[in-house]
Design a protein around this ligand. Sequence first.
Ligand SMILES: Cc1cc2nc3c(=O)[nH]c(=O)nc-3n(C[C@H](O)[C@H](O)[C@H](O)COP(=O)(O)OP(=O)(O)OC[C@H]3O[C@@H](n4cnc5c(N)ncnc54)[C@H](O)[C@@H]3O)c2cc1C
Ligand code: FES
Length: 265
Amino acid sequence: MLEKGKIIRHNQVGTDLYEIELAAGAIVREAQPGQFIHLRVGDAYDPLLRRPLSIYDVDAEKGTMEILYRVVGKGTKLLTQLTAGEELDLMGPLGAGFSIAEGINKVCLIGGGVGIAPLVFLARRLRSKNVELCFLQGTRTRAQIVAEQRLQAWSVDHYIATQDGSCGYHGMVTDLLTDENIMQGVQFIYTCGPEPMMKAVQAWACQHHIQGELSLEEYMACGIGACLGCARKLHSQDEFYVKICKDGPVFGLHEVELYEGRTGS
Ligand SMILES: Cc1cc2nc3c(=O)[nH]c(=O)nc-3n(C[C@H](O)[C@H](O)[C@H](O)COP(=O)(O)OP(=O)(O)OC[C@H]3O[C@@H](n4cnc5c(N)ncnc54)[C@H](O)[C@@H]3O)c2cc1C
Ligand code: FES
């Protein structure tokens, strides 16, 4: 669906990281964790294409949603100029989100960089079902850590890893998987972030016979399955392509061949 989302709040929350809170009641009513919105970053023809951004959090009572974005190019740079009171042209909620497995008591969420975005909404949903969570967040440095307060408010066990050692564990977030105190009792894993990170998560989960889900990123044009702009083979030997915007972005953790060279998030 299309909706004009009025900006309620727009602020910088880290190095190149911004949060926007939007009034978008119709989208919020339908939104599921892992889904995304496709938004026009301005009224001009350039950039023409919408940009996909995950639904970071929602407040169902207020009819508001939040997005968390990192400035990487023209579209996201233009976004930074918008202020409270202005409207954004939104399409959504789009894509297949995370499934909430029944009978699971403890899960692990692993986010790298801005890949944390869809996992925060998922954490809210899982905590509302009393699922125990350990949330592993990996960033390059302290100034990129977000969502600490809300995760604390939901009583989520939040573990941070920074590559420069400025906060939490010094190293890669996937190193935390080997910590038995954290991973004890984990029955399911959700992950989103750079592909090399998700590949390491996938390998660990495979070794420990744990199922899970991941969220993929691809360049998108239409966002609704009509243009093949986001087509990708889940395995290089597959005959058929999937559309990340419609068949995903969420897929089974062991369903996808991941690549070391893809960075994303
Ligand atoms: C389903 C989905 C959900 C996403 N959720 C978020 C989110 O919550 N927060 C967020 O910050 N970003 C998210 N992204 C990525 C975001 O869409 C891109 O960063 C954004 O479209 C870049 O637009 P731009 O005009 O600023 O950059 P462009 O000028 O279009 O590109 C600049 C550079 O950014 C990188 N880039 C652009 N698009 C992508 C992409 N889809 N995947 C990987 N790298 C890309 C490339 O290196 C490119 O060279 C998501 C992408 C997808 C597909
Ligand atoms: S972006 Fe057009 S089919 Fe996915």
